[in-house]
Structure formats: C-alpha cells, structure tokens
Design a protein around this ligand. Structure first.
Ligand SMILES: *Cc1c(COP(=O)(O)O)cnc(C)c1O
Length: 378
C-alpha cells in the first residue's frame, strides 16, 4: 500500500501525459514554452484570480512575493510554527525575521487571537523571544492552509488590514480547497502553491505558482522570476532569480487538471469514510462549516500514536508524522531563542499527531484494512 499512490494516477492519465509531453519534446520548447501560459491561464481561472505566475517550486512561490514587496533585513514576518520548514525558511532567506504564532488546536492553522496579541505585544515593545530584537518592521503574515484546510481568512484579512500588513497565503497543501465558495489561492492578496508530486495537484518534479489579483505585484513577480528582466531578459532592471517553471512539467499539469475535480471529490469520499469509522478510536479532523479541504493529508491525534503506527506498519500500512518538531524548536531557528513550551499547542500536537494514507485512488479494500487495524487498538 502506498501513502500517496502516484502510480495508480499515472495509469489513468498515461495517454494524455505522454501526448502532451511529446509535443513539448518535438517542439524542443523546454523553457517558457506555450504550455506555461496555457497552464497559467487555466490555473488563474480555476482559482478565480487575475494572475497566476508559475515558478520552480512552492518555496520560490513564497520567496518571490517577499522579494516583490521588498521584505528583507529589519523586517519581521508572522507565521505558524506548525508547518513545513519552507514556510518560515523563506522569511530568513530574504533576510527578515520570522515571528511565530501558535495554532488553533481544532484546525491546526494559525490562531487569530494569538496573532492579534503577538502583534499588539510586539508593538508595545514586548519581544516574543530573546533572539528577536525590538523595533523590527512588522511587514507581513504568512498563514498556512495546513493539510489542505484554509485558515480563517475573514479574521486574518481584517487583522492584516488593521495593522497594515501584507498577506501571503501558503496554499502549498490546499490547491482545490475552498472557503465559502472561494478557492484557496484567492483568499488573500497574494498566495503561493506547490506542485511537488505528493501535493493535491502535483507534477513530476518540482514546481509552484503565485496567485494574485494585483497587476503591479504580478508584473514585478514575472520580472523577478526571470533574473529581474525588463523589456527582455538582457535588460535586467532588478535582482531576481532563475525561477521559471519547466515546460515539460506544465504539460504534466495540463493533463492532471483534466481529472483534478474528480480527484478532489474522491478525496472527500475517502476522508468521510475515515471520519465516520475511526472517530471513536482517534481524534479525527474537524472541517468548519463552509470550508472544503483539499485533503493533502488526513491527520489524526492519539495518545497511542506510536502503538497504532507500529501496528499499521506490521501490516505494511504506511503512516507519516507531520510534523514531529515545530519550527521554533528546530536547530535552524535556534538563533531566535524560542524556548520549549513557548508554543504549547503546536508542541502538544506534534507529540500525538500522525497521518494516514490519503489519495483519490485509495480503494475500499485497502481503506477498510486501515480502519479495522486502527479500531482493533484498545
Ligand atoms: C510543500 C510545502 C512548501 C514548499 O513547497 P516546495 O514545492 O516543496 O518547495 C511550502 N509550504 C508548505 C506548507 C508545504 O507543504
């Protein structure tokens, strides 16, 4: 059994992927071929925003908006410690300082009340950790739609507006999700997603995209993505990166877009079955009213995590822990000086959470085997 079964998906789209990749190969249009623009238009329309700018990875899709906003040394960006490393890595990468805000225990997304408090405390001179100096400019918030569930953007956008902060939605795990009819990627002024193979919409390598309705931000990001190009790539007007998405990977995504909505429906069915059948054995995820998760992960909590994972492993059922260590306790962020117990919710959850196999092609037989194994544990 696979944790994410990309092979079953490939069998389904083999002809379409092969045809689309072959036409790139025959044209030799590997860099910025016509598939890139075709894909960007399709993705922008799907998400419901004016601009989609594809790029090398989800990580670069976060770096580019930070660069476009001129965020760097002397600035601070607020984010969650319960996410993949890249979310906060990009903040330090551009020279700014991450400030962590603990998560809501029900949604695993940034706690908006704690966010307000952290902002107010910092503005009054109270530093959140010994390594974070007073007087940095609070510039932006990067909320994460963890495991595919959008964060609370009504509250977040209001906090951002009130405090003059830029919002960058980390939608790396939530492509396809929605909140009150609006798609992830459109829930704040800028969003970043990832096409890493195991994400809800994954290609066959690395990839990512930025989404925005803002014409100016889009234009700057298009320039930054190609070495800060001006009129053409030899007229460089700013310092950028080599951030282009591969045309072959765009061809893969064009094929996958054809089945994406069907996959999203299948993920809902798998998630519902888990929730209906294992909720008395483990704490299952709760999706708030009006939200649709993209189910990048189906994560549950249990005090018997190690025992359950061991039993599942004995039956060749793979599980993963997202995330074993909150970011504020990682060595890479040691310089910030966050202490153990400074983010109690993230720390508690990292000790009892784990994720079950989740993909659109998980069949009834395999899923029943997982469910039965979990329910056997007393
Ligand atoms: C995967 C992921 C990223 C980084 O995406 P890459 O394409 O791997 O660079 C960023 N943030 C979150 C929350 C992710 O899950």
């Amino acid at each position: 059994m696979q944790f994410v079964d990309l092979k079953k998906q490939y069998e389904l789209i083999r002809v379409s992927v092969t045809n689309k990749m072959t036409s790139v190969l025959e044209r030799c249009s590997f860099i910025m071929g016509p598939e890139i623009e075709e894909l960007e238009q399709k993705l922008a329309k799907y998400v419901g925003v004016k601009h989609c700018i594809t790029c090398t990875s989800g990580t670069d899709a976060l770096v580019l908006p930070l660069m476009a906003q001129g965020i760097g040394p002397g600035d601070a960006v607020l984010t969650t410690p319960f996410t993949f490393f890249a979310t906060a890595e990009v903040i330090s990468f551009v020279g700014a300082t991450p400030i962590f805000v603990d998560i809501d225990p029900e949604t695993f997304n940034i706690d908006t009340e704690k966010l307000k408090k952290t902002i107010n405390d910092y503005r009054r001179g109270k530093s959140p950790a010994p390594g974070i100096p007073a007087g940095l400019n609070l510039k932006a918030i990067i909320p994460v739609d963890l495991f595919g569930l959008p964060a609370d953007y009504d509250a977040l956008n209001a906090i951002a507006k009130e405090n003059g902060l830029i919002m960058i939605e980390d939608a790396a795990q939530s492509f396809g999700a929605s909140c009150k009819g609006r798609k992830a990627g459109s829930l704040s002024e800028i969003a970043a997603t990832s096409f890493f193979p195991a994400k809800p919409l994954g290609c066959y390598g690395d990839g990512g995209a930025v989404f925005t309705n803002d014409d100016t931000i889009a234009e700057v990001i298009r320039s930054l993505r190609i070495h800060g190009k001006g009129k053409d790539q030899y007229d460089n007007v700013r310092i950028g990166i080599n951030g282009r998405f591969d045309t072959l990977q765009a061809a893969v995504l064009l094929a996958k877009m054809e089945i994406f909505d069907d996959e999203l429906k299948k993920r809902q069915i798998v998630a519902r079955k888990y929730t209906d059948q294992i909720n008395s054995a483990v704490k299952t995820p709760r999706i708030p009213e009006g939200y649709l998760s993209a189910w990048a992960q189906y994560s549950v909590r249990s005090a018997k995590r190690e025992e359950i994972m061991r039993r599942l492993k004995e039956q060749q059922i793979p599980t993963m822990i997202y995330y074993p260590k909150p970011l504020h306790l990682l060595k890479a962020f040691e310089n910030l000086g966050y202490a153990v117990n400074s983010m109690p919710v993230s720390e508690a959850i990292s000790k009892d959470i784990f994720s079950l196999p989740m993909h659109p092609y998980l069949d009834d037989v395999d899923q029943q085997k997982i469910i039965d194994s979990i329910n056997q544990i007393k």
